[in-house]
Write a protein that binds this ligand. Structure first.
Ligand code: HEM
Length: 219
């Protein structure tokens, strides 16, 4: 067995893969959220930013896309296999599930993760390819966002995704700090707080877009 296979087969190896890909994905969502806030600087600014990503630095964009794609696949595979391994270690379910915080966290991570994967697929078809968009324009990203969020169910679906993203980030960032050795194995309130701040800032920043359109503030 090669060293790489051995690493992947171990639980620690899978956790490190989850943590490392998690860092890449968190970096992307922070950057994407910050870029999206240019929505409030007007259509020209926002469209110019979208054009920069889609046309002017297209080679870099493709490297980022590929990195994100591989990261999501590895992140989900490691999560799935760790879940299956944990289940196999305890074939009989508990007679009564205790409502511990750890159970709560892993439930939201699993189901929140499923919601987020569905969200990403919808989101790419919505704003990137335009497949699920009612009036998609290749050059008018600002208009795509405004028209997209005029639909209340769509805005609601995005806000739901941001709530799950916040929970996912809160638990994930903290778990990742422990796995990658930035925090001691014991509770570290400072790292909990750092994870909370990242979760709230990212989810709130994104949510401002669907909220502002759905409430008629931006039209
Ligand atoms: C309210 C929240 C969000 C809004 C308004 C938003 C907006 C957008 C828009 C307008 C585009 C297309 C840009 C273009 O014209 O090329 C885009 C692309 C994308 N978004 Fe989001 N986004 C949101 C949340 C997210 C989240 C949470 C993720 C990941 C978990 C994400 C991942 C992506 C990806 C991977 C792309 C494709 C980038 C590319 O073309 O390579 N977005 N987003």
């Amino acid at each position: 067995m090669g060293a790489l296979t051995k690493f992947w087969e171990s639980s620690v190896g899978k956790k490190i893969v989850m943590g490392a890909t998690g860092v890449i994905l968190v970096g992307f969502v922070i950057g994407h959220m910050a870029g999206n806030l240019q929505f409030f600087m007007g259509a020209d600014r926002y469209n110019a930013y979208a054009k920069l990503l889609k046309h002017d630095i297209i080679e870099i964009t493709w490297i980022v896309r590929l990195t994100l794609f591989v990261s999501v696949i590895l992140h989900v595979m490691a999560a799935y296999q760790l879940t299956m391994r944990n289940r196999a270690a305890r074939p009989d379910d508990y007679a009564m599930r205790a409502s511990q915080s750890s159970t709560y966290a892993s439930m939201t991570m699993r189901w929140g993760g499923v919601y987020l994967v569905a969200f990403i697929i919808y989101h790419l078809g919505h704003f990137t390819t335009g497949t699920f968009h009612p009036a998609f324009s290749e050059t008018g990203t600002w208009g795509n966002v405004v028209i997209g969020f005029k639909s209340i169910p769509v805005a609601g679906f995005y806000l739901g995704a941001m709530a799950f993203l916040a929970m996912h980030l809160y638990h994930g960032v903290w778990a990742c700090m422990r796995t990658l050795g930035l925090a001691r194995p014991s509770e570290n309130p400072l790292h909990r707080r750092a994870a909370l701040v990242i979760a709230i800032v990212v989810a709130t920043g994104f949510s401002l877009l669907p909220l502002s359109v759905a409430l008629g503030i931006v039209r």
